[in-house]
Design a protein around this ligand. Structure first.
Ligand SMILES: [Zn+2]
Length: 933
C-alpha cells in the first residue's frame, strides 16, 4: 500500500494528462496573461524539444526478455519495474480476475525465498507496489542505487519460482475479495460496471479489471499456477530500469539475474491471446442500448456515466482525440467546464478517452449539484458534444491544447519512477516504448478540422451508452470514483509475523549505501519577510514550485468554520487585473500548473512549469497571493460545492470518527475543536473571504521553494519584481495550542451512522511536538508499531493474523505544536470491539516489554532508505523544504536526519515506549452503524 497507482498513469496520462478533476474540485490550472512572452530568465527551450526515450537503450536477451534502461543521474536512486503483457483484457466470464489474483500471489514468496516479498522489499527500503490493468500486470520498486541489483534478483526469482499453493491462495483470495467489496461499496464503481458491461457485451473490456467475486471464489491453486507458468516468463515480460547507474554495469547485473531464465532463442511476445478464444476483443461498432441504464440503490449522490467506443491505441486519431478532450474539459476556459461547472449544473466530474491494445472508450462522469436533475445534466452534456461536432474550435484553443498536453507529459515524468512506468505502459499497451514520443509528434499536426472530425466520428449521440445512478437513501460512499478504467489499488497481506533476522537471510547481497548527500537549497528572506528557497536541478527542463501561506484551518472560528478552505478554493477565481478566464489562460497557454489547497497549518500551493515559463508561474502566484478579489459568482458556486462536501462528510465514517475523536479529546475552545458544517459554510459571505485574505495572506507568513532548471541570480531579481511590493504591518497572527491533560481512564464516544457496512475507530491522546528530544525514537517506535504497512505489529496481528481489520495504522502528529498520537482501525462493525481490544493489548505489550533489537535495527534501516528514495522526486523535495521551514524547523533537520536515526538505540525506543504509550488513559471513538457495534 505504499504507493497507489491511478488509472491515468503513464500511457493514459500521456494520452489524457487531464487537469480536469483538479480544476473542478478546487482550482488548479489557470492563469494569466498577456505577458506570457518568452522570458530571458531561463534557458530557452522550444515546445517539443524533449524526448522521453532519446536516452533509452532497448535490449532483448536471448530468452526473449525485453530490457529498457535509461540513466538519470540526479538522486542516488533507481526504479526497477517488470511489466507482463497479460491483464484483464485476456480474460472472459468465468476467469475474470485471475491476473489480479496472481498479482497478489506474487508477494507470497518463492521456493528459494519462503517469505513475504513485501517484507523483503520493505527491508531493502524500497518504495514498491504492483497493479493489474487491462493490458498488463506490473511490479515496481524504487530503491537506493546500491540495492538495484538486489531488486533485480528478487524480480527474477518471482518471475519463475513463485510459490502458488492452496494455502497461499486462500489467504490472498480474502484480500482480493475485500478489495472488490470496497470497490463495490462505491456507487460510482457500480454504475460504471453496469454501463461498461452494456456497452461492450462479449468483450473483455466489458469486464472489470479486479475480477468478480464469483470468479475469484472459484479459482483453484492449480489453475492460477498453470496461468502463472504460461505467462510469467521472459518473453512476456519487459524489464525497465531507470535511474542512477552506468548502463554497461547495469546490463551485466540484469544478464546475471534474468539471463538464465526461460529458453534461449525465444522472441518477445507482442500481444498475448485471450484466455477463452472466440470472444471479441474489439470494442468499436457495437450497437448500444438507447435508453439510460438506471440504478436505483442506496448512495449519497446522483451520478451520470456515459461511454462512447473508441479505436485502439494505435489509431491515427489518438492525438486528435486527446486534443478534443482538452477542448472539452481542462482548465476553466474549456467547454464542459463552462457548460457543466460554471453553469452551476455539476458539482464534480471528469472525462477521459481510454485507448488500449485492442479497443477503447471515451468516458464521461458527472455529479449534479443538489438542485439539478440527471436529465438536465445529461442534456447539457449532449448539447456541448453537439457543439464540438458542429463548430470548429479556434486555432488558439488547439495551440493551447498542444502546449498543455506536451507540457503535462513532461511535468508528469519528472521522477524516475514515473519515467519507468511510462515506458512500461507504452511497451505493453502500445507495443512500442517510444509511443509517447510519437504521440507528441503526431499531436503537433492536429488541426481544428481533425478535432471536429473525430467528434463527429466517435461522439454521435447514437454511439453512447449512458447510465444514471439515483440514490434511494443516503449511505456512505464518498463519490471518489475508482472508475471502470482504473487499475487495481493494492494493500497486501503480510502473512504471519516473521523475525526480521529471518527476512534478512533471504535478502540478496548488496553494497552498503553511501551517506546520501542531500543538497540544501539557498535560503533567504525578502525585505518584506517572505522566505524563499532555491535549489538548482538541471536533470529535466522543468521547475517545481511549492509555497505555503500560514493561513490554514487553525484560523477557522466556530461560527465561520470552512472559510479557510473557501478562500483557498477561490484564489484562482480572479484578481484586480485578471478575471478568472484571463488568469486561466495565462497558465494554460504554457501548460503551467498551480493548485492551492488548505490544510490545518497552512494553504499549500503546488505548481510546475517548463523551465522557460517560470516567469509566468511566478506572475500568477504573485497575483493570486496579493490581488485576489473573490468574485461573488464564483464564491457562491464554490460555497455550494463546499456545502455538499460537508453533507457527504457527515455521512462518512472516517470523517465522523476524526471529528468525534477531537471533540472528545480536546476541551471546548481548543483550536483542534473547530469543525465546519453545512450551516457554518452556508453562512459565510464574500466579505468574510476578503477580510480573511487581507489579514492572513502576508509575505511574512509565506514560504516559497523552487526546485528546477534556472539561474538563481535571475530568479532573485524576478522575485523582487513580483513580490517586492507586497507588505504587511504588525506581527502575523498566531494560534496558541494549549496543552491538555491526559484522558482520565478509557474515554469512549461514538458517531452513529445507520446503514453503514464499515466502522472507523480512532484511539489516542495528545502527545509530543517535533522539538521533543524523543522525536526520533518515536519515529522508530511508531514505524514498528503501526507505521509500516507490511511489517508493523498492529498490521501483522490485527489484519494478517486475526483478520479483524482491513486497514490499521498509527502515528505521532509531532509538528511545531504537540499533536495527537493515534491509532486508526477500519473494521467490519461486528469485529470492532475485538479489534480495539487487540490494539490496546499490543500497546500494552510494547509499553511493558519493548521492541526487539532486531525490530529497531530493521526499522532504522527502512527509515533511512525510504528517506533517500523519498527525496528523489523534485516536487516532493520542494514540498519537504517548504513544510519544514513553515513549521519553524531548521533545514539542518534534513542533513542531520540520517545521523539522528542512526543514533537511536533500542534502549531509547523502549524508554520512549514506556513514556509515550498509554493504553490505560486513552480516548476511544468509533463511527459506524449503531456507533460501530
Ligand atoms: Zn489487488
Amino acid at each position: 500500500m505504499k504507493r497507489f497507482l491511478s488509472a491515468t498513469l503513464a500511457l493514459n496520462a500521456a494520452l489524457a494528462a487531464s487537469p480536469v478533476l483538479a480544476a473542478v474540485t478546487g482550482g488548479s490550472a489557470a492563469p494569466v496573461t498577456s505577458t506570457a512572452k518568452p522570458s530571458p530568465v531561463l534557458s530557452a527551450a522550444s515546445p517539443n524539444d524533449f524526448s522521453l526515450t532519446r536516452d533509452v537503450k532497448r535490449t532483448v536477451l536471448s530468452n526473449g526478455l525485453t530490457v529498457l534502461t535509461k540513466e538519470v543521474h540526479g538522486a542516488p536512486v533507481v526504479s526497477v519495474q517488470v511489466f507482463y503483457k497479460i491483464g484483464s483484457r485476456n480474460e472472459a466470464p468465468g476467469v475474470n480476475g485471475i491476473a489480479h489474483q496472481l498479482e497478489h500471489l506474487m508477494f507470497k514468496g518463492t521456493t528459494d525465498r519462503p517469505v513475504q516479498f513485501g517484507r523483503l522489499l520493505g527491508a531493502l527500503g524500497a518504495d514498491f507496489n504492483a497493479f493489474t490493468y487491462y493490458d498488463q500486470t506490473a511490479y515496481h520498486e524504487t530503491v537506493e542505487r546500491e540495492k538495484a541489483g538486489a531488486a533485480l534478483q528478487l524480480e527474477a526469482d518471482r518471475m519463475v519460482n513463485a510459490k502458488i499453493d492452496p494455502a497461499a491462495l486462500t489467504s490472498e483470495r480474502n484480500v482480493v475479495l475485500s478489495e472488490i467489496e470496497g470497490d463495490e461499496n462505491d456507487p460510482a464503481y457500480r454504475l460504471e460496471r453496469a454501463v461498461q458491461a452494456a456497452a461492450f457485451p462479449g468483450s473483455p473490456y466489458g469486464l472489470t479489471v479486479g475480477g468478480t467475486r464469483q470468479d475469484i471464489e472459484g479459482f483453484t491453486a492449480a489453475e492460477v499456477s498453470a496461468y502463472y507458468k504460461k505467462y510469467y516468463s521472459p518473453e512476456y515480460a519487459t524489464l525497465i530500469v531507470v535511474g542512477d547507474f552506468q548502463t554497461a554495469d547495469m546490463m551485466q547485473q540484469i544478464q546475471a539475474a534474468f539471463g538464465k531464465l526461460g529458453k534461449p532463442g525465444t522472441l518477445p511476445v507482442t500481444t498475448s491471446a485471450p484466455l477463452v478464444p472466440g470472444g471479441s476483443e474489439a470494442t468499436l461498432g457495437k450497437s448500444p442500448p438507447k435508453a439510460p441504464i438506471v440504478l436505483k440503490e442506496a448512495g449519497s449522490t446522483p451520478l451520470l456515466n456515459a461511454v462512447y467506443p473508441l479505436p485502439d491505441v494505435s489509431s491515427p486519431d489518438a492525438a486528435a482525440l486527446k486534443v478534443l478532450d482538452y477542448v472539452l474539459l481542462s482548465g476553466r476556459t474549456s467547454k464542459l467546464y463552462q457548460s457543466m461547472f460554471e453553469s452551476g449544473l455539476a458539482a464534480d466530474g471528469g472525462t477521459l478517452p481510454y485507448q488500449f491494445a485492442r479497443g477503447g472508450w471515451y468516458s464521461f462522469n458527472f455529479t449534479p449539484t443538489p438542485d439539478t436533475g440527471l436529465p438536465k445534466l445529461d442534456a447539457a452534456l449532449l448539447a456541448t458534444l453537439a457543439d464540438v461536432r458542429t463548430n470548429l474550435v479556434s486555432a488558439e484553443e488547439i495551440a493551447r491544447a498542444k502546449t498543455s498536453i506536451s507540457t503535462s507529459t513532461l511535468l508528469g515524468t519528472r521522477s524516475i519512477d514515473a519515467q519507468a512506468t511510462n515506458l512500461g505502459m507504452d511497451a505493453t499497451t502500445a507495443g512500442d516504448y517510444q509511443y509517447t514520443d510519437k504521440f507528441l509528434a503526431a499531436l503537433q499536426t492536429v488541426t481544428p478540422a481533425d478535432v471536429r472530425r473525430v467528434a463527429q466520428k466517435y461522439l454521435p449521440d447514437s454511439a453512447r451508452t449512458v447510465g444514471y445512478f439515483e440514490p434511494t437513501k443516503a449511505v456512505a460512499g464518498s463519490g471518489n470514483a475508482p472508475s471502470a478504467g482504473g487499475a487495481t489499488q493494492e494493500a497486501f497481506n503480510a502473512g504471519p509475523p516473521v523475525d526480521p533476522a529471518e527476512v534478512a537471510k533471504y535478502l540478496p547481497a548488496y553494497q552498503p549505501s553511501g551517506q546520501a548527500k542531500i543538497t540544501l537549497p539557498d535560503k533567504f528572506t525578502l525585505p518584506n519577510g517572505m522566505t524563499v528557497m532555491l535549489l538548482r536541478d538541471t536533470s529535466t527542463p522543468t521547475v517545481s514550485l511549492s509555497a505555503n501561506v500560514k493561513a490554514g484551518r487553525e484560523f477557522d472560528t466556530d461560527a465561520g468554520a470552512g472559510l479557510v478552505d473557501l478562500v483557498a478554493a477561490n484564489l484562482l477565481s480572479g484578481t484586480q487585473t485578471r478575471d478568472e478566464l484571463t488568469l486561466a489562460k495565462l497558465l494554460d497557454d504554457v501548460g503551467a500548473q498551480l493548485a492551492p489547497a488548505a490544510n490545518r497549518f497552512g494553504v499549500q500551493i503546488g505548481g510546475a512549469s517548463r523551465d522557460k515559463d517560470l516567469p509566468v508561474l511566478l506572475t500568477a502566484l504573485a497575483d493570486i497571493l496579493q490581488n485576489a478579489t473573490f468574485p461573488a459568482d464564483q464564491f457562491k458556486r464554490s460555497q455550494a460545492r463546499a456545502v455538499q462536501g460537508a453533507v457527504q462528510a457527515n455521512d462518512d465514517p472516517g470523517s465522523v470518527a476524526i471529528k468525534v475523536f477531537r471533540k472528545t479529546l480536546y476541551p471546548a475552545g481548543n483550536p483542534w475543536q473547530v469543525f465546519s458544517s453545512p450551516a457554518t459554510i452556508g453562512a459565510l459571505t464574500r466579505q468574510d473571504a476578503l477580510d480573511f485574505y487581507k489579514t492572513h495572506y502576508r509575505p511574512d507568513a509565506t514560504v516559497l521553494t523552487l526546485v528546477g532548471n534556472f539561474d538563481p541570480a535571475q530568479v532573485r531579481t524576478l522575485l523582487n519584481q513580483k513580490f517586492g511590493g507586497w507588505s504587511a504591518s504588525g506581527p502575523a497572527p498566531q494560534v496558541v495550542y494549549p496543552m491538555i491533560g491526559k484522558p482520565a481512564g478509557v474515554v469512549k464516544a461514538f458517531g452513529d451512522l445507520p446503514g453503514k457496512t464499515q466502522a472507523v475507530t480512532y484511539l489516542g491522546y495528545q502527545s509530543i511536538a517535533r522539538s521533543d528530544p524523543r522525536y526520533y525514537a518515536s519515529l522508530v517506535l511508531n514505524d514498528v508499531l503501526g507505521g509500516s504497512t507490511l511489517s508493523s505489529r498492529l498490521g501483522t496481528e490485527l489484519r494478517d493474523k486475526e483478520g479483524l481489520t482491513y486497514g490499521v495504522g498509527s502515528g505521532f502528529a509531532a509538528l511545531k505544536q504537540p499533536g495527537a498520537f493515534s491509532i486508526s482501525l477500519q473494521t467490519n462493525p461486528k469485529d470492532t470491539d475485538k479489534a480495539i481490544q487487540g490494539a490496546l493489548n499490543i500497546l500494552k505489550d510494547v509499553r511493558d516489554n519493548g521492541l526487539t533489537a532486531t525490530e529497531v535495527a530493521t526499522s532504522k534501516n527502512g527509515l533511512l532508505s525510504s528517506y533517500t528514495v523519498g527525496l528523489a522526486d523534485p516536487a516532493a523535495l520542494a514540498a519537504t523544504f517548504t513544510s519544514l521551514v513553515s513549521d519553524g524547523l531548521p533545514l539542518s533537520e534534513l542533513t542531520d536526519y540520517q545521523a539522528k536515526i542512526n543514533a537511536v538505540t533500542p534502549a531509547a525506543v523502549n524508554q520512549a515506549a514506556k513514556e509515550l504509550l498509554d493504553p490505560d488513559n486513552i480516548v476511544e471513538v468509533t463511527a459506524g452503524p449503531e456507533g460501530g457495534k
